[in-house]
Design a protein around this ligand. Structure first.
Ligand code: AP5
Ligand code: MG
Length: 217
């Protein structure tokens, strides 16, 4: 299964990606997580990414495309992959199509999560993220067993810098201007599957695998 997830910030891409990747036995590749890992370790890539990510803007394509191309050369993608947060504009979508065409491994589907803005804001403003394994929790909707501690790896939970009200507004604007056009791109490629992202995490997962099994052989 070669799959990309599309949807506004806070739609639940990361939450669903972990379960979908486990279900299909494929790696979960989140460009946001790769950037945050580099930011935490203060690498050159991390310092560059921070100046864009903290403000809710996209990291330049020249950097992001190369990073993804390199990741797709690793051995673990031979049975497929799940890309979460890439592509995020039409130029990235065209780039990915070329990289995969060269390897003769085209995408199977682009899974879109659709969600109203009020719910997005509620999800992002209460999100807590694990510093160690990047798992997402929510102070009301997905509470960890112990406040501030990751259920999965016991890592420390923190609030992402870009989950402040001002930056959320900019991320939504960037999504509308730059990312939404890829929905039409994937529709015209015959790859788009859209599912509603409101409801319980387990129900959304069931919707996703039902929709995928109906369209991907
Ligand atoms: P990235 O990390 O990809 O951020 P994003 O797209 O804004 O998405 P989020 O991670 O915020 O949301 P999500 O959909 O994963 O939601 P989650 O599952 O956590 O990118 C960050 C930055 O990196 C970008 O701004 C950019 O600077 C840079 N970047 C990344 N990719 C790039 C690219 N391709 N090009 C250029 N720059 C790039 O869930 C959200 C919350 O809701 C959580 O608290 C969760 O517990 C809760 N929740 C989840 N599901 C449910 C549910 N069903 N009901 C109730 N609550 C729920
Ligand atoms: Mg995410």
């Amino acid at each position: 299964m070669r799959l990309i997830l599309v949807g506004p910030p806070g739609a639940g891409k990361g939450t669903q990606a972990v379960q979908l990747a486990a279900h299909y036995g494929i790696p979960h590749i989140s460009t946001g997580d790769i950037f945050r890992h580099n930011m935490k370790n203060e690498t050159e890539l991390g310092k560059l990414a921070k100046s864009y990510a903290d403000a809710g803007n996209l990291v330049p394509d020249s950097v992001t495309n190369e990073m993804v191309r390199d990741r797709l050369t690793h051995d673990d993608v031979k049975n497929g992959f799940l890309l979460d947060g890439f592509p995020r504009n039409v130029a990235q979508a065209e780039y990915l199509r070329e990289v995969l065409a060269d390897k003769q491994t085209p995408l199977d589907a682009a899974l879109e999560f659709s969600l109203e803005e009020a719910e997005i804001i509620a999800r992002l403003s209460g999100r807590r993220t694990c510093r160690s394994c990047s798992a997402s929790f929510h102070i009301l909707f997905e509470k960890p067993a112990v406040d501030g501690v990751c259920d999965k790896c016991q890592g420390e939970l923190y609030q992402r810098t870009d989950d402040s009200e001002e930056v959320i507004k900019n991320r939504l604007a960037v999504y509308a201007e730059q990312t939404l056009p890829i929905i039409d791109f994937y529709r015209s490629e015959g790859l788009l599957i859209t599912i509603p992202a409101l409801g319980e995490v387990s129900d959304i997962f069931d919707r996703a695998i039902t929709a995928l099994s109906a369209t991907v052989s």
